[in-house]
Write a protein that binds this ligand. Structure first.
Ligand code: GLC
Length: 424
């Protein structure tokens, strides 16, 4: 490492440690004061490099809050804080430690395989991985039972927040069908911590809240939510994460002598990969979302349709996606933007409507590398490190200028930087 990269590495460690609450890590102070699902799983990868045991704890704490039906919630409200909305009273899920009532991209299977593969104390890692295997398997089963009742092989999200790409352009059309009548009065907190011009709009927020109220009125009974929800979208990126996690969980289960868990997850991944092909768009050179209410593909070329390289999609698809990324790269200064820059709806500073996010970069470059698309993978890593050097550990970045946006001193951004530097 050069002196400069050493400094960046040290700084990344500082960010991880200052957001560490002992058994879980908050994404950033102020804006997000609780535990978030996929933030924690990806954060564990960075923690591993300075404390292997602590990395496992991060994921174990999340799974200690798994619901009896198998769902792993998107937020765990470990402590009281009035700095975030919607808080536990709005969700009202009745869990012993309050949680939200929706989920997030299931990246845990991928994360624990990576922790196990790299572990220096294999016996200890095997013990901890073995305890998590059935829990992650139950979460995957939950997805196919509750979010794929028609057995398509792909699961739907019922709330934009489940995608992890909260206000993506992908949801706009389907979201218009979500009513806003009866939404209880509320005061947003996010706009007190971050620039309102970078955050989702009020019209979007009303609809986020409408869905929360609807699901709450159904007692968070997942057997009823899918059919009752006016918003049901099949996101290729979300499904790719599930497929990758199922593949990795299967490999790990085989290694740890759990052949049944392995077989179930291998079957899920195979069915998912075959079904993913129905979302391919030749003109866009990437996958697209499908609106499960209308059955139509959604004409919105976002990073959600680039992310499938993280699963083992056919080589020709991965090659086409690498080309698409390079076409986008010619339009912006830093990659990977979360939306096609040629789309007039591209908004460089607004959250998931164009900005670049390091977690996405990490998963995309990982997938590209595994199929030999190393030039684009390297391009993504160098762009990521340039962003950090220029703008610090922000939540996300304007891809046209590199300007830092959203929250600062952000945990998963720091964790991804550690991963990039360790691999360099
Ligand atoms: C935002 C992001 C989501 C993330 C959360 C905490 O809601 O859209 O992906 O998990 O913040 O960082």
């Amino acid at each position: 490492m050069t002196q400069q990269t050493e400094k960046i590495y040290e700084h990344a460690l500082e960010v991880l440690k200052e957001n560490d609450q002992g058994s879980y890590t908050i994404p950033t102070k102020g804006l997000y004061p609780f535990q978030w699902n996929w933030d924690s799983c990806l954060t564990a990868l960075g923690q591993f490099h300075y404390d292997e045991a602590r990395a496992w704890t991060e994921i174990e704490t999340l799974f200690a809050n798994q619901w009896p039906d198998g769902m792993v919630p998107h937020i765990v409200f470990h402590v009281y804080s009035d700095g975030y909305f919607p808080g536990p009273n709005v969700w009202d899920t009745g869990r012993p430690t309050p949680t939200s009532g929706i989920t997030q991209p299931p990246v845990a299977g991928f994360a624990i395989k990576r922790l196990y593969d790299r572990a220096t104390d294999k016996a200890e890692a095997a013990k901890r991985a073995r305890a998590l295997l059935p829990r992650i398997d139950a979460w995957h089963r939950w997805f196919y039972d509750m979010r794929d009742p028609g057995h398509e092989g792909l699961v739907a999200i019922l709330h934009p927040w489940e995608s992890g790409r909260d206000n993506s352009i992908d949801w706009d059309e389907a979201f218009e069908r979500v009513p806003t009548d009866g939404v209880e009065p509320y005061v947003r907190r996010d706009t007190q911590h971050a620039d309102p011009a970078h955050r989702p709009t009020k019209a979007q927020y009303d609809r986020y809240l409408y869905l929360v109220q609807l699901f709450r009125s159904l007692g968070w009974d997942n057997a009823r939510l899918h059919d009752a929800s006016p918003f049901k979208v099949v996101d290729p990126g979300f499904n790719a994460i599930l497929i990758r996690s199922a593949t990795d969980l299967a490999a790990l289960a085989d290694e740890l002598g759990e052949p049944e868990i392995a077989a179930r997850n291998r079957a899920r991944a195979e069915a998912g990969l075959a079904a993913l092909e129905t979302l391919w768009s030749e003109p866009h050179g990437q996958y697209l979302c499908r609106d499960r209410v209308t059955g139509q593909l959604i004409d919105s070329a976002s990073i959600g349709g680039i992310l499938p390289v993280f699963a083992a999609v056919p080589k020709a698809r991965a090659e086409a996606i690498a080309r698409t990324i390079e076409i986008w790269a010619a339009e912006v200064k830093y990659i990977v933007p979360s939306h096609d820059p040629a789309d007039p709806r591209f908004e460089p500073k607004r959250y998931w409507r164009a900005p670049a996010w390091l977690v996405m970069n990490y998963m995309i470059q990982d997938g590209l590398r595994s199929v030999g698309e190393t030039a684009t993978a390297d391009h993504i890593v160098s762009s990521s490190l340039e962003l950090i050097t220029r703008s610090g550990f922000a939540e996300y970045y304007d891809p046209t200028t590199g300007e830092p946006c959203g929250g600062g001193r952000f945990t998963w951004t720091a964790a991804m930087v550690i991963e990039f530097l360790e691999a360099a």
